[in-house]
Design a protein around this ligand. Structure first.
Ligand code: GLA
Length: 384
């Protein structure tokens, strides 16, 4: 949808001209389940966006509409719900509460949300609506909050209001990603570097179209297992605060003290952090075959050690192997369904899309959606 259409619809709905703020979804190239362990990630935004059109109101009400979901909401800013309502408006309410707590008091506003980030596909449609909402509400607020605080505030909204214990990666990428690059993020310090992606390569995102029910519970369980690993290892190495601080040698030297499943989880995180650094070096030296090897290792580790893959993801990854122009692929995001990300030479991307779809459909009976993407700009970059 064009922004002029969104503005026209807003005008018809609220009888006022809006300002429009947009934030993208993301894929993660490597560094999976490392963000909540203070580790490293390498996401890239993709050209699917959530747009939030906004105008001020003279009263203390928040009126919310969505182009995708029929239901609209209206809230009194002085009597906001403390708990999630189980609807799309939770993301907006969570962000409003988070901004409020950070000292940026929301003023009355009309909001119309429209987006094309596939929902429930692991491409961070939730981070996109959170970040776009934060930018929209901040534009009306008297008390300014630095843009660098936006990812944390949006993460807090999702952790505390929506109730998902996610890490910082998605919100950060949605804010600060840059077209033409991946973003190497240190999830402890939030320092980041841009890593140029080869210009003649597409990010082909293959949606398995499944989302297994257990994903949220298993995600929280993985976090607890990592924390348990840290508790045990820190008895031997008091300096260890998170798995980010653990070396392979430290982990190996105390493998017997860890329950087998905890050891596997820790090993994935420790080695995945190393793979992120190695992948960055490989991109910088133009060695896409090495990137491919590291991404394959990452997928195998997520499947066998971290156990967050599923049959459909494994089939989608296998469907890509051997196709012309294919360099690398693996599951991306939290797992248990969602998407794979693939690096494919631009000239072969369309053929790749067709071939993968045929193979995946044959094996699973499910028609996948496959998106040929380029890396895109985050919300903060577009707004600047
Ligand atoms: C989800 C979460 C992220 C991250 C990934 C796994 O996408 O939202 O914070 O933990 O899973 O890497």
């Amino acid at each position: 949808m064009r922004s002029s259409d969104l503005a026209a619809r807003f005008q018809a709905e609220f009888d006022a001209p809006p300002r429009i703020f947009s934030a993208p979804g993301r894929v993660n190239l490597i560094g999976e389940h490392t963000d909540y362990n203070d580790g490293f990630v390498l996401p890239s935004a993709i050209g699917f966006y959530t747009h939030v059109a906004v105008s001020p109101r003279s009263d203390r009400r928040l009126a919310l509409r969505s182009m995708e979901f029929g239901d609209g909401f209206e809230f009194d800013l002085d009597q906001m719900p403390f708990q999630r309502l189980g609807s799309w408006c939770d993301y907006v309410l969570g962000v409003a509460q988070s901004l409020d707590q950070a000292g940026s008091r929301c003023s009355g506003a009309n909001l119309l949300v429209q987006g094309d980030v596939p929902i429930g596909a692991g491409l961070s449609s939730s981070a996109a609506i959170e970040v776009a909402t934060a930018m929209a509400l901040l534009s009306l607020s008297q008390e300014k909050i630095p843009i660098t605080d936006v990812p944390r505030l949006c993460q807090k909204a999702e952790n505390e209001f929506v109730g998902a214990r996610v890490g910082i990666m998605d919100q950060f990428a949605s804010c600060f990603a840059r077209a033409g690059n991946a973003l190497l993020l240190d999830c402890r310090s939030l320092a980041f570097e841009l890593v140029p992606l080869p210009p003649d390569v597409k990010l082909v995102v293959c949606n398995t179209m499944v989302k297994h029910e257990l994903s949220a519970g298993e995600y929280n369980l993985r976090r607890e297992q990592c924390e348990q690993g840290v508790r045990i290892l820190s008895k031997f190495f008091p300096g260890i605060k998170t798995l980010r601080d653990v070396s392979t040698e430290q982990l190996m030297s105390h493998s017997d003290e860890l329950p087998a499943v905890i050891y596997s989880r820790c090993r994935h995180v420790v080695e995945e952090n190393q793979r992120v650094q190695q992948t960055v070096q490989a991109f910088r030296s133009g060695d896409l075959n090495r990137v491919g090897k590291l991404m394959r290792e990452s997928h195998a580790s997520l499947r066998d050690l971290y156990e967050v893959s599923c049959r459909e993801l494994d089939i989608m990854v296998a469907s890509a192997e051997g196709l012309p122009g294919f360099y690398a692929g693996r599951m991306t995001g939290g797992g248990f369904g969602g998407c794979t990300v693939n690096l494919v030479a631009s000239a072969h991307a369309e053929n790749f899309r067709r071939e993968v779809a045929v193979h995946y459909r044959q094996e699973t009976g499910i028609s996948p959606e496959i998106y040929v993407c380029s890396s895109a700009d985050g919300a903060a970059i577009q707004g600047s």
